[in-house]
Design a protein around this ligand. Structure first.
Ligand code: DQA
Length: 152
């Protein structure tokens, strides 16, 4: 069974009440529930975590390296600022999919650059809750590095 870790970055715990005109009315709990339902149908074991702290996200990434086959991450504001999160992802050989609820390329200039995209397998942005569900579909089907395919 493929193991997928979903990491939600800062302020995503406030989804539902935070700028609903940008991020919609869906809550993080609703996103996680939808992800768990899809994981159940896709032969995926799913863990989801949310953190407002950069170092904690770095440690979560490091600690997942022997467990996760794929990481899905919405680094939120750290997308645009964190070399540490990018370096953590590039330090481990776990394919990563970057996700955003909003289309960051259609927003303010400072949101249009991502430190994470160059170390990601792919990026999905602009589809709200469905960005995560599309990412999970990709995570369930992308080819994995040999080492991971052989993992028990
Ligand atoms: C976001 C986009 C980021 O620019 C922003 O800082 C977020 C959420 C998104 O999912 O659209 O917090 O990652």
């Amino acid at each position: 069974m493929r193991k997928v870790l979903v990491i939600h970055g800062p302020n995503l715990n406030l989804l539902g009440e935070r700028e609903p005109n940008v991020y919609g009315s869906v809550t993080l709990a609703e996103i996680d529930k939808a992800l768990q339902e899809l994981a159940g149908k896709s032969d995926v074991e799913l863990r989801t975590v949310q953190s407002n702290h950069e170092g904690e996200i770095v440690e979560t990434i490091q600690n997942s390296r022997h467990w996760a086959d794929v990481i899905i991450i919405n680094p939120a504001a750290y997308t645009h600022t964190s070399v540490a999160i990018r370096d953590a992802l590039s330090a481990i050989s776990v394919p990563t999919i970057e996700v955003h609820l909003s289309n960051i390329h259609a927003r303010e200039g400072f949101r249009q650059a991502s430190h994470v995209s160059p170390v990601a397998v792919g990026v999905i942005a602009g589809f709200g809750k469905n960005s995560y569900l599309l990412a999970l579909q990709a995570a369930a089907t992308i080819s994995l590095p040999d080492k991971k395919e052989n993992k028990k």
